[in-house]
Design a protein around this ligand. Structure first.
Ligand code: UDP
Length: 334
């Protein structure tokens, strides 16, 4: 299934020559999005340096690439400086824990990956004259009062809240990225990624985000745990759509210094999501209500008009279709 999806990304990307023969570093390369990037880049003929410290990434996500001549794995924590012998052309900085449960347990590691890690990878980009793509997040908007949220919205963030280790460090990551752009002229691009789901997303323990948690609960006939009354919303983008957008942005001629939202603009409530997953899995799991975690954003939905115009991109995979694929993949895992 993943091979088929990689082909779909390549067909939609239409920019093969952009990465062929190029040296590309992917931090967080053993993670959910990072491993998809590695797969596609190898297929496009790039030489891929995959960096991960397995904080939340998994070897299983990339083990199939280990035998590829053009794939180099480096176990490394991005909060420490990194040197690569070959001259790099692109750096995708995607290393960070991203699950709200992890925010509680690993706030300092998250801050380090997004601040020190971003600076270290920008330093590497500066030395190599490489293009730098920073994986930012919809979390930088906090609890926005403008929804769908455009890139011009500055954010409404609780700086001392439980989520601040992620929100604020990604915000500072964006700031450091723009500082390297302004002070050293590094070619940078910031992508604000909204909720994304698909194969390889972890369902276990503190790593589990809502989609894999609901799918594994439904498949195991355990109660589906809705936090709060489930009226909070998210907008879920299937991984192939997201990766296509990231690659289009990375090779865009006039993308230097730009920031772009990438995500699916269909907004659904979490209770609605629970019902959709229950139906698609034919599950008789009961829906169980639990307390809403502090500072959980009540609404999240991207305004993607900038990405549509700049990249000629919009998501193509309907939620039900993406969930069906994801469910099939988890059936093989569980
Ligand atoms: N959520 C839920 N039950 C769960 C896990 C998450 O109701 O078992 C809710 C969570 O409170 C949030 C939404 O689902 O409102 C999305 O959570 P996720 O962990 O995927 O990440 P977030 O979008 O909050 O960063």
């Amino acid at each position: 299934m993943i091979e088929g999806d990689v082909k779909t990304i390549i067909e939609r990307f239409e920019g093969d020559e952009g990465f062929s023969g190029k040296a590309v570093l992917v931090t967080g390369g053993a993670g959910f999005l990072g491993s998809w990037l590695c797969d596609v880049l190898i297929e496009l003929g790039a030489r891929v340096y995959c960096v991960d410290n397995f904080a939340s990434g998994r070897w299983e996500n990339i083990s199939h690439l280990a035998s590829e001549e053009n794939f180099v794995f480096i176990e490394h924590d991005v909060s420490k400086p990194l040197e690569i012998k070959e001259k790099l052309d692109f750096i995708f900085h995607f290393a960070s824990r991203a699950s709200p449960f992890e925010f509680e347990h690993y706030p300092l590691e998250i801050i380090d990956a997004n601040t020190l890690g971003t600076r270290n990878m920008l330093e590497l980009a500066r030395k190599n004259d490489a293009r730098f793509i920073f994986a930012s997040t919809s979390e930088i908007y906090g609890q926005p009062d403008v929804v769908p949220t455009p890139e011009t919205y500055w954010g409404y963030v609780n700086p001392i809240g439980i989520r601040s280790c992620y929100d604020e460090s990604k915000r500072l990551g964006e700031t450091i990225t723009m500082a390297y752009h302004r002070q050293y002229g590094v070619d940078v691009r910031i992508v604000r990624i909204f909720n994304t789901y698909g194969p390889r997303m972890r369902a276990d323990g503190v790593y589990g985000r809502v989609v894999p948690r609901f799918i594994s609960q439904a498949l195991n006939r355990e109660p589906i745990t809705v936090f709060g009354d489930g009226s909070q919303t998210r907008s879920f983008c299937y991984v192939t759509d997201l990766i296509t957008g990231v690659l289009k942005f990375a090779v865009l001629e006039n993308g230097n210094g730009e920031v772009v939202n990438l995500g699916n603009p269909r907004e659904v409530s979490i209770l609605e999501l629970a019902h959709i997953i229950k139906k698609l899995t034919n599950s008789d799991s009961p829906i169980e209500f639990h307390p809403l975690p502090p500072d959980d954003p009540p609404r999240r939905c991207p305004d993607i008009s900038k990405a549509q115009k700049l990249l000629n991109w919009k998501p193509k995979v309907e939620l039900e279709e993406g969930l069906k694929k994801t469910i099939e993949w988890y059936k093989g895992e569980i």
